[in-house]
Design a protein around this ligand. Structure first.
Ligand code: UDP
Length: 323
């Protein structure tokens, strides 16, 4: 199939591009490289540097690629940043996403696969969280993704556009070739592994008095190769709707740090800091819908295995991508 991947130079997008190519699909990546890296784009893919705010470029790229399916990863995706710059989140994730959505309908795209997030649930009443749980985001990042989910519902109803929206829990790990490198690293696992690599003296725990067993936030970590597999399954005709992608196991920040110590064999110093604004205490997926309806079978459900792949990638790429 011809697939257009927005954000294909980013962390999750780059690994999905690799998996799509391995599965025999033809891939065009559209990315403005604001967060992504040119060298994270598999050489077998066509690459177009451009921004989703540029409607003419989006339309031309869709036409040239002959895309039947769009995988839409491009987004701003940091909870903390969204609490400081909400406009950036609504512009990039809603307004620019809408430009892509309208172009997709005009080009007769068959399927739209969207990267949504568990941040759309806000602070859940019931954990594990099922897809039908109330969605009351507590940060602009989650709100921006929820608004786009609603746009998808309307475009499906009015234009018949088939979509799958994946609510990712915490993407982590690496493939053999592609891994996690943000220019300003905000995520837990890469920041903890930087200490193991000797690049920083300590990591930080954002809040140790949450209502969780050890006081630190609990998250459900899911391997990016498993996320990639879910996207390929979602491309099948007839697959439609909203799906959680997580493993159903919650790990606290302290448990993640301990896993990183075990895998790296290094002691990791951690300092307790205040809460990061916008962080819910506990986010764990009920992910049976993806298993039952898409046939999703995660290969790396255990945190140690996820961290091991991340550790291997960071050891090989201590400074991330060159560009
Ligand atoms: N976190 C932390 N120290 C860090 C980065 C993150 O304690 O250096 C916490 C963060 O507050 C959250 C969890 O780790 O509770 C996961 O954060 P991350 O940014 O990796 O993903 P998010 O859950 O925001 O998508």
């Amino acid at each position: 199939m011809n697939v257009l991947v927005t954000g294909g130079a980013g962390y999750i997008g780059s690994v999905c591009v690799e998996a799509l190519l391995d599965a025999g699909h033809r891939v065009t990546v559209l990315d403005n490289l604001s967060e992504g890296h040119r060298s994270a784009v598999d050489a077998r893919a066509a690459f177009v540097e451009g921004c989703l705010s540029d409607a003419a470029k989006v339309r031309a790229t869709l036409q040239q690629s002959g895309a039947e399916v769009i995988l839409h990863f491009a987004a701003s995706a940091l909870v903390g940043e969204s609490m400081a710059q909400p406009g950036k989140y609504f512009r990039n994730n809603v307004a620019n996403g809408l430009t892509l959505l309208e172009a997709a309908v005009a080009a007769g795209v068959r399927k739209f696969v969207f990267s949504s997030t568990c941040a759309t649930y806000g602070i859940p009443d019931v954990v594990p969280i099922a897809e039908e749980a109330p969605q009351q985001p507590v940060n602009p990042y989650g709100e921006s993704k929820l608004i786009f989910e609603k746009l998808l519902r309307w475009f499906h109803r009015i234009h018949g556009l088939e979509f799958v929206a994946f609510r990712y829990f915490n993407a982590a790990g690496a493939s053999e070739r592609f891994g996690e490198h943000h220019r300003v690293e905000a995520h837990l696992i890469p920041n903890v592994l930087k200490v193991a690599l000797g690049q920083t003296p300590h990591c930080e725990i954002f809040g140790a008095d949450y209502p969780t067993p050890d006081g630190t936030c609990v998250r459900d970590y899911v391997h990016i190769l498993d996320l990639a597999q879910a996207h390929i399954l979602a491309m099948q005709p007839g697959k439609q709707g909203f799906f959680n992608l997580g493993n159903g196991d919650g790990y606290s920040v302290r448990e993640v740090i301990r896993a990183c110590e075990k895998i790296s064999g290094q002691a990791i110093k951690a300092l307790e800091k205040p809460h990061r604004p916008g962080d819910p205490p506990r986010l764990v997926a009920a992910a049976t819908k993806a298993i039952n309806e898409l046939g999703w079978r995660p290969k790396y459900p255990k945190l140690d295995d996820i961290v091991a792949t991340a550790w291997r990638w960071h050891q090989r790429h201590p400074n991330g991508y060159a560009d």
